[in-house]
Design a protein around this ligand. Structure first.
Ligand SMILES: Nc1ncnc2c1ncn2[C@@H]1O[C@H](COP(=O)(O)OP(=O)(O)O)[C@@H](O)[C@H]1O
Ligand SMILES: [Mg+2]
Length: 234
């Protein structure tokens, strides 16, 4: 799929990440290599402890690998300074977490608008964008509610709207349905798929959920930090 006409959104080459522990280095990723084309809905599968979160954190510039390279839209990110990586996370890459990560004292609308505040957008611009995003995730009627007043599925929708606020090129979701029941999980996956199709975003989603893999353009499988199907598949 990845060829001269389809640029890679994510390009990972020979990636390694070890964690130092009192018992010595624990290798969490070992020689991981793959490309994900722009506009893909990609799933990352693997048992607990297989290295999914470590890989997503390295791709999303939250963590630095021990060896190897990560390129996002052709730009090498593993050699960036801390400040440059922060900038990348505010402008080009967004995260969605299993535990939603919303600020409890802020309303849904305020949570969604937070990245726009950090970017110092005008109030008018922010309000208009927040309104559009809440509509996109089906929460227009819940703008003023705080996270505790929303269901788990609704909280994850707020987190998705917030992740989209700065129109990222890449959406990374670490087990986004892990805390949701089947019905709400399915609705969140449908929403993420719709966003990839309509907004042109690329998404990489780690999961235990076979339904994510069924609807994905590509599925990467990790086992003990080794990719089972990277090279040649994408
Ligand atoms: N901060 C850490 N310190 C030491 N070992 C870690 C740390 N984070 C993860 N690990 C280890 O790295 C491996 C991969 O973990 P992780 O990336 O969280 O996998 P997954 O998300 O697939 O459950 C596991 O063996 C885990 O115990
Ligand atoms: Mg994990």
């Amino acid at each position: 799929m990845s060829d001269a006409t389809t640029p890679a959104m994510i390009s990972v080459q020979n990636l390694g990440r070890s964690y130092p522990t009192p018992a010595g280095e624990v290798p969490a990723l070992r020689g991981v290599t793959f490309d994900i084309p722009v506009g893909s809905f990609a799933a990352l599968a693997g048992r607990s402890g297989s290295g999914k979160t470590t890989l997503l954190n390295c791709i999303g510039a939250l963590d630095l690998p021990t060896s190897g390279r990560v390129q996002i839209g052709g730009d090498e990110i593993t050699t960036l300074s801390e400040a440059e990586r922060t900038r990348l996370r505010r402008t080009r890459i967004s995260f969605i977490f299993q535990t939603f990560g919303l600020l409890p004292m802020l309303s849904a609308a305020e949570n969604v608008g937070l990245p726009l505040r950090l970017e110092r957008r005008t109030t008018a611009e922010r309000q208009s964008r927040v309104r559009h995003l809440l509509e996109l995730v089906g929460l227009s009627d819940h703008a003023d509610q705080r996270p505790a007043e929303l269901s788990g599925g609704q909280q994850q929708r707020v987190a998705i709207a917030r992740a989209l606020a700065n129109t990222p090129q890449l959406l990374i979701a670490d087990e986004p349905t892990g805390q949701l029941d089947a019905e709400n999980g399915e609705a969140i996956l449908d929403l993420l798929r719709t966003i990839v199709r309509t907004e042109g975003t690329t998404a990489l989603i780690s999961t235990h959920d076979p339904r994510v893999q069924a609807g994905a353009d590509v599925t990467l499988r990790l086992a003990d930090g080794v990719l089972q199907n990277g090279r040649g598949l994408v």
